[in-house]
Design a protein around this ligand. Structure first.
Ligand SMILES: Nc1nc2c(c(=O)[nH]1)N[C@H]1C(S)=C(S)[C@@H](COP(=O)(O)O)O[C@H]1N2
Ligand SMILES: [Mo]
Length: 219
Protein backbone atom coordinates (compact mmCIF):
# COMPACT_ATOMS: atom_id res chain seq x y z
CA UNK A 1 0.00 0.00 0.00
CA UNK A 2 2.72 2.43 1.02
CA UNK A 3 4.59 1.60 -2.17
CA UNK A 4 1.60 2.51 -4.28
CA UNK A 5 1.27 5.89 -2.58
CA UNK A 6 5.00 6.53 -2.98
CA UNK A 7 4.89 5.55 -6.64
CA UNK A 8 1.95 7.84 -7.19
CA UNK A 9 3.71 10.75 -5.53
CA UNK A 10 6.81 10.13 -7.60
CA UNK A 11 4.78 10.03 -10.82
CA UNK A 12 3.00 13.25 -9.87
CA UNK A 13 6.33 14.91 -9.10
CA UNK A 14 7.91 13.84 -12.38
CA UNK A 15 4.94 14.85 -14.51
CA UNK A 16 4.91 18.19 -12.65
CA UNK A 17 8.55 18.73 -13.52
CA UNK A 18 7.90 18.12 -17.18
CA UNK A 19 4.74 20.15 -17.69
CA UNK A 20 6.94 23.25 -17.89
CA UNK A 21 8.41 21.93 -21.13
CA UNK A 22 5.20 20.72 -22.78
CA UNK A 23 2.83 23.11 -24.54
CA UNK A 24 -0.51 23.48 -22.74
CA UNK A 25 -3.68 22.64 -24.72
CA UNK A 26 -4.27 26.38 -25.24
CA UNK A 27 -0.73 26.82 -26.58
CA UNK A 28 -1.07 23.81 -28.86
CA UNK A 29 -4.27 25.28 -30.26
CA UNK A 30 -2.57 28.62 -30.93
CA UNK A 31 0.42 26.89 -32.54
CA UNK A 32 -1.96 25.09 -34.90
CA UNK A 33 -3.58 28.25 -36.26
CA UNK A 34 -0.85 30.89 -36.17
CA UNK A 35 1.12 31.85 -39.30
CA UNK A 36 4.85 30.99 -39.13
CA UNK A 37 5.89 32.16 -42.56
CA UNK A 38 5.01 35.52 -44.12
CA UNK A 39 6.23 36.64 -47.54
CA UNK A 40 9.25 34.39 -47.17
CA UNK A 41 10.08 35.43 -43.60
CA UNK A 42 10.27 32.90 -40.76
CA UNK A 43 8.22 33.98 -37.76
CA UNK A 44 8.66 32.94 -34.13
CA UNK A 45 5.75 31.25 -32.39
CA UNK A 46 3.42 33.37 -30.27
CA UNK A 47 3.75 30.71 -27.57
CA UNK A 48 7.53 30.72 -27.37
CA UNK A 49 8.06 33.92 -25.39
CA UNK A 50 9.66 34.56 -22.06
CA UNK A 51 7.34 36.18 -19.60
CA UNK A 52 9.24 38.98 -17.89
CA UNK A 53 6.61 41.60 -17.09
CA UNK A 54 6.70 43.59 -13.86
CA UNK A 55 3.51 42.11 -12.38
CA UNK A 56 3.04 38.89 -14.37
CA UNK A 57 0.48 38.20 -17.11
CA UNK A 58 -2.64 40.38 -16.97
CA UNK A 59 -6.16 39.15 -17.59
CA UNK A 60 -8.11 41.92 -19.28
CA UNK A 61 -11.89 41.65 -19.24
CA UNK A 62 -13.13 43.23 -22.47
CA UNK A 63 -16.49 44.09 -20.93
CA UNK A 64 -14.76 46.64 -18.70
CA UNK A 65 -11.87 47.54 -21.01
CA UNK A 66 -11.63 51.03 -22.54
CA UNK A 67 -8.75 52.51 -24.49
CA UNK A 68 -8.39 56.08 -23.24
CA UNK A 69 -6.75 58.77 -25.37
CA UNK A 70 -6.29 62.05 -23.55
CA UNK A 71 -3.95 64.90 -22.60
CA UNK A 72 -3.20 67.62 -25.16
CA UNK A 73 -6.06 66.75 -27.50
CA UNK A 74 -9.12 68.65 -28.63
CA UNK A 75 -11.38 65.65 -28.03
CA UNK A 76 -10.63 62.79 -25.63
CA UNK A 77 -11.52 59.23 -26.60
CA UNK A 78 -12.72 56.28 -24.55
CA UNK A 79 -13.22 53.28 -26.80
CA UNK A 80 -14.11 49.63 -26.37
CA UNK A 81 -11.92 47.02 -28.03
CA UNK A 82 -14.44 46.59 -30.85
CA UNK A 83 -14.75 50.34 -31.38
CA UNK A 84 -10.98 50.68 -31.75
CA UNK A 85 -10.94 47.95 -34.39
CA UNK A 86 -13.99 49.18 -36.30
CA UNK A 87 -13.00 52.88 -36.31
CA UNK A 88 -9.43 52.49 -37.55
CA UNK A 89 -7.98 50.43 -40.40
CA UNK A 90 -5.48 47.68 -39.54
CA UNK A 91 -1.98 47.32 -40.94
CA UNK A 92 0.52 44.44 -40.93
CA UNK A 93 4.26 44.46 -40.29
CA UNK A 94 6.91 41.86 -39.55
CA UNK A 95 9.04 43.36 -36.78
CA UNK A 96 11.62 41.91 -34.38
CA UNK A 97 11.43 42.73 -30.69
CA UNK A 98 14.81 42.77 -28.90
CA UNK A 99 14.82 42.53 -25.12
CA UNK A 100 17.75 43.92 -23.14
CA UNK A 101 18.01 40.42 -21.60
CA UNK A 102 19.46 39.20 -24.91
CA UNK A 103 16.60 37.41 -26.63
CA UNK A 104 14.48 38.46 -29.59
CA UNK A 105 11.23 37.55 -31.33
CA UNK A 106 10.20 38.09 -34.94
CA UNK A 107 6.44 38.31 -35.33
CA UNK A 108 3.83 39.42 -37.87
CA UNK A 109 2.07 42.22 -35.99
CA UNK A 110 -1.29 43.64 -36.98
CA UNK A 111 -3.43 46.49 -35.71
CA UNK A 112 -4.38 50.14 -36.09
CA UNK A 113 -1.81 52.90 -36.56
CA UNK A 114 -1.42 55.37 -33.74
CA UNK A 115 -1.30 58.26 -36.17
CA UNK A 116 -4.84 57.51 -37.32
CA UNK A 117 -6.02 57.59 -33.71
CA UNK A 118 -4.18 60.90 -33.20
CA UNK A 119 -5.88 62.33 -36.26
CA UNK A 120 -9.26 61.62 -34.71
CA UNK A 121 -8.53 63.24 -31.33
CA UNK A 122 -6.87 66.33 -32.79
CA UNK A 123 -3.43 66.74 -31.20
CA UNK A 124 -2.60 70.21 -29.91
CA UNK A 125 0.50 71.86 -31.41
CA UNK A 126 2.44 71.90 -28.11
CA UNK A 127 2.32 68.08 -27.77
CA UNK A 128 5.67 66.39 -28.48
CA UNK A 129 5.50 63.18 -26.43
CA UNK A 130 3.22 60.15 -26.23
CA UNK A 131 2.91 58.58 -22.76
CA UNK A 132 1.51 55.05 -22.60
CA UNK A 133 0.06 53.39 -19.50
CA UNK A 134 -0.80 49.70 -19.14
CA UNK A 135 -3.20 47.68 -17.04
CA UNK A 136 -0.34 46.45 -14.79
CA UNK A 137 0.83 50.00 -14.00
CA UNK A 138 3.69 49.81 -16.50
CA UNK A 139 4.48 53.05 -18.37
CA UNK A 140 6.68 54.18 -21.23
CA UNK A 141 6.88 57.07 -23.69
CA UNK A 142 8.03 57.96 -27.19
CA UNK A 143 8.43 61.17 -29.20
CA UNK A 144 5.20 62.02 -31.02
CA UNK A 145 7.07 62.74 -34.24
CA UNK A 146 8.66 59.25 -34.21
CA UNK A 147 5.35 57.49 -33.57
CA UNK A 148 3.77 59.25 -36.55
CA UNK A 149 6.73 59.07 -38.94
CA UNK A 150 7.34 55.34 -38.39
CA UNK A 151 3.63 54.44 -38.56
CA UNK A 152 3.76 52.62 -35.21
CA UNK A 153 1.03 50.05 -34.68
CA UNK A 154 -1.08 49.27 -31.65
CA UNK A 155 -1.24 45.56 -32.37
CA UNK A 156 -4.11 43.27 -31.44
CA UNK A 157 -2.90 40.33 -33.55
CA UNK A 158 0.34 38.37 -33.74
CA UNK A 159 0.99 35.88 -36.56
CA UNK A 160 -2.57 36.47 -37.71
CA UNK A 161 -4.29 35.38 -34.49
CA UNK A 162 -5.72 37.50 -31.70
CA UNK A 163 -3.22 37.90 -28.86
CA UNK A 164 -3.23 35.17 -26.27
CA UNK A 165 -4.21 36.58 -22.85
CA UNK A 166 -0.71 36.48 -21.40
CA UNK A 167 0.86 38.24 -24.38
CA UNK A 168 -0.46 41.75 -23.93
CA UNK A 169 -4.09 41.35 -24.93
CA UNK A 170 -5.86 43.47 -26.02
CA UNK A 171 -3.12 45.81 -27.37
CA UNK A 172 0.68 45.91 -27.51
CA UNK A 173 2.72 48.79 -28.91
CA UNK A 174 4.93 47.68 -31.81
CA UNK A 175 7.83 50.00 -31.00
CA UNK A 176 10.03 49.08 -33.95
CA UNK A 177 13.68 50.20 -33.73
CA UNK A 178 13.33 50.49 -29.96
CA UNK A 179 14.38 48.13 -27.14
CA UNK A 180 11.74 45.72 -25.78
CA UNK A 181 10.91 47.89 -22.77
CA UNK A 182 9.29 50.41 -25.14
CA UNK A 183 6.90 47.67 -26.39
CA UNK A 184 4.27 48.26 -23.75
CA UNK A 185 1.71 45.46 -23.44
CA UNK A 186 -1.89 45.62 -22.10
CA UNK A 187 -2.07 49.31 -23.16
CA UNK A 188 -5.01 51.13 -21.59
CA UNK A 189 -4.19 54.83 -21.89
CA UNK A 190 -2.40 57.05 -24.38
CA UNK A 191 -1.64 60.58 -23.26
CA UNK A 192 -0.45 63.37 -25.54
CA UNK A 193 2.00 65.45 -23.55
CA UNK A 194 4.50 68.31 -23.80
CA UNK A 195 6.87 66.65 -21.30
CA UNK A 196 9.69 65.34 -23.49
CA UNK A 197 11.62 64.33 -20.34
CA UNK A 198 8.91 62.01 -19.05
CA UNK A 199 10.41 58.69 -17.87
CA UNK A 200 8.48 55.45 -17.78
CA UNK A 201 8.92 52.38 -15.57
CA UNK A 202 12.31 51.11 -16.82
CA UNK A 203 13.48 54.51 -18.06
CA UNK A 204 13.18 55.91 -14.52
CA UNK A 205 15.28 52.94 -13.34
CA UNK A 206 18.21 53.80 -15.57
CA UNK A 207 17.40 52.56 -19.08
CA UNK A 208 17.90 55.03 -21.90
CA UNK A 209 14.88 57.22 -22.58
CA UNK A 210 15.38 57.13 -26.35
CA UNK A 211 15.38 53.31 -26.23
CA UNK A 212 17.07 53.29 -29.64
CA UNK A 213 18.10 49.79 -30.68
CA UNK A 214 21.28 51.01 -32.34
CA UNK A 215 22.44 52.53 -29.06
CA UNK A 216 23.21 51.09 -25.64
CA UNK A 217 20.18 50.75 -23.40
CA UNK A 218 22.14 52.32 -20.56
CA UNK A 219 21.97 56.05 -20.22
N1 LIG B 1 2.59 46.28 -19.45
C1 LIG B 1 3.86 45.86 -19.59
N2 LIG B 1 4.40 45.89 -20.81
C2 LIG B 1 5.68 45.48 -20.98
C3 LIG B 1 6.47 45.01 -19.91
C4 LIG B 1 5.85 44.98 -18.62
O1 LIG B 1 6.45 44.57 -17.61
N3 LIG B 1 4.54 45.40 -18.52
N4 LIG B 1 7.78 44.60 -20.14
C5 LIG B 1 8.46 45.08 -21.36
C6 LIG B 1 9.68 44.34 -21.72
S1 LIG B 1 11.05 44.61 -20.75
C7 LIG B 1 9.78 43.53 -22.84
S2 LIG B 1 11.23 42.85 -23.36
C8 LIG B 1 8.57 43.27 -23.68
C9 LIG B 1 8.36 41.81 -24.03
O2 LIG B 1 7.29 41.76 -24.92
P1 LIG B 1 6.77 40.41 -25.55
O3 LIG B 1 6.11 39.63 -24.47
O4 LIG B 1 5.84 40.83 -26.64
O5 LIG B 1 7.95 39.67 -26.09
O6 LIG B 1 7.40 43.75 -23.04
C10 LIG B 1 7.52 45.06 -22.56
N5 LIG B 1 6.20 45.53 -22.24
MO1 LIG C 1 12.80 43.66 -21.87
Amino acid sequence: MKRVVLGFLLAALISGLFTGCVASPEQQQLQAVEVRDYQGQRLDSVTGFRENSIAGPQKVDLANYRLEVNGLVTQTLSLTYDQVLSQFPSFKKVVTLHCVEGWDATVLWEGPRLKDIFQQVGVMPEANTVIFTAVDGYTTSLPLEFVKRRDLLLANKMNQIQFPGDRGFPFELVAEDKWGYKWIRWVKAIELSANADYKGYWESRGYSNSGDLDQSYFR
